[in-house]
Design a protein around this ligand. Structure first.
Ligand SMILES: Cc1cc2nc3c(=O)[nH]c(=O)nc-3n(C[C@H](O)[C@H](O)[C@H](O)COP(=O)(O)OP(=O)(O)OC[C@H]3O[C@@H](n4cnc5c(N)ncnc54)[C@H](O)[C@@H]3O)c2cc1C
Length: 401
């Protein structure tokens, strides 16, 4: 079978799907779009396995794409959820220091948030306790009223329904057999059938954990490689806090184990420990020997070369045991005898498609976009990728598509 489309998108995650949404907007539904995915449905990877927090733009380096798009994304997703009947928990969040050193960092974070245009308040110990009596606070906290939480699976299924209604085609269970960038052609196998797809306009790579490999086929991402980081969660099947509670981050890459509040449950996590292969969710599922060798080798080099990475890895190692993980979370809140360790059950983990720069052995902080004449590649879409997905892909569509 041979099909021709205007735009071919790889990846039925939130980024691929909002890219399609923005193409429809730009070309007033006149273009033929297909989204292909190797899985059997939408949102199987990061987009369906994240904290579901609509972030408020606090943490990111000013002038970064993350800073630029997080606040706009927050407004967009809040409206989108409200218009489309997706439940949204507008519970805000407290960022709480636990010692004098963290209080100093909290003030830096507050200044950064203000520079980014985020709506935040510096509140006293007493005010923080009024918002959430169980919180532990050293003197002051940041209050972010605009942080909220959603079920990301509900969001992606609503978007899926809307894209289908507007004529976007989806092809699932796709295995790419060959990709010929010079001929605008991809050969794939889906459900036993070989299919040739020709794209007339652009190939758009939103492949998450495999986006680097696909970009390399177009001669891009030469210095980039994905180093997957697994985020594990524990869950309590009831709402035990009024608001989300976060630590003051000690790493520039990850936010630290926090408490996330939904209407019917509370999650603690995620940690950020290396995944041994890209889709290392559970046991030996999706095992790949070549990926195992690659991530272990890269980790050894990073542990030797990058001091911050080494410090962070040691901290994460300490949280591997459930007891230590939960103890870390209890540094932020006091539950008395209300909860014990058996109330926390393991929840589905997520894996971050973190890019490592092979030139300087640093983890890339910002979202990355690369392009050729007939393709666009969207890489390093780590947190707050869910929040920023709409305005980020709107900019990409306006500029490159
Ligand atoms: C643990 C964790 C917690 C997070 N929490 C938050 C949060 O609270 N708030 C927030 O804003 N962001 C959060 N994020 C970030 C957010 O989830 C991601 O930025 C976002 O989901 C990335 O979407 P994506 O579409 O790029 O990737 P994905 O959802 O991974 O989609 C990529 C798709 O490409 C497909 N694919 C890959 N290779 C191929 C191939 N060769 N052929 C065909 N298809 C292919 C995959 O099957 C997948 O469906 C979190 C991420 C993680 C991992």
């Amino acid at each position: 079978m041979r099909y021709s489309v205007d735009f071919l998108i790889v990846g039925a995650g939130i980024v691929g799907m909002f890219t399609a949404y923005n193409i429809l907007e730009k070309y007033q539904n006149k273009k033929k779009i297909i989204i292909i995915d190797k899985e059997k449905e939408v949102g199987i990877h990061a987009s369906g396995k994240n904290s579901g927090v609509i972030h408020a733009g606090i943490y990111y380096t000013p002038d970064s794409l993350k800073a630029k798009f997080c606040i706009e994304g927050n407004k967009f997703l809040t409206d989108y959820c409200e218009k489309n009947g997706i439940p949204i928990n507008k519970v805000g969040k407290l960022i709480v220091p636990t010692c004098v050193e963290e209080l100093r960092k909290l003030h830096d974070l507050y200044d950064r948030a203000k520079r980014n245009g985020a709506q935040v308040e510096l509140v006293s110990h007493k005010q923080a306790k009024e918002i959430e009596p169980k919180v532990r606070v050293f003197e002051q906290a940041i209050w972010s009223p605009k942080t909220s939480t959603i079920d990301p699976v509900k969001l992606i299924y609503k978007l899926y329904e809307q894209l289908m209604d507007r004529g976007v085609s989806f092809l699932f269970n796709c295995r790419i057999l060959s990709l010929k960038p010079m001929e605008n052609m991809i050969l794939l196998n889906t459900q036993g059938k070989d299919v040739v797809l020709i794209w007339n306009d652009k190939f758009i790579n939103c492949a998450g954990l495999y986006a680097d490999m696909i970009a390399r086929k177009f001669g891009l991402a030469k210095n980039y490689i994905i180093l997957p980081f697994r985020g594990m969660y524990y869950q309590i099947n009831k709402k035990v806090l009024n608001t989300n509670v976060y630590p003051v981050p000690t790493s520039k890459y990850f936010l630290g184990v926090h408490w996330t509040v939904y209407d019917d449950k509370t999650k603690v996590g995620p940690n950020a420990f290396t995944a041994f292969w890209r889709e290392n969710y559970q046991g030996l599922n999706n095992f790949s020997l070549s990926e195992l060798i690659q991530t272990v080798s890269l980790n050894i080099i990073l542990l030797l070369k990058n001091k911050e990475y080494r410090i962070n890895a040691l901290k994460e190692l300490k949280k591997i045991r459930k007891k230590d993980f939960i103890e870390e979370a209890f540094k932020l809140v006091e539950m008395g005898s209300m909860l014990n360790i058996d109330d926390f059950i393991k929840a589905v983990p997520g894996i971050r498609a973190q890019i490592l720069n092979l030139k300087n052995f640093e983890l890339e902080e910002d979202f990355i976009v690369e392009n050729t004449e007939n393709s666009v590649h969207i890489l390093n879409i780590v947190s707050p990728g869910l929040t920023a997905s709409y305005p980020l892909t709107k900019m990409i569509v306006e500029k490159f598509i």
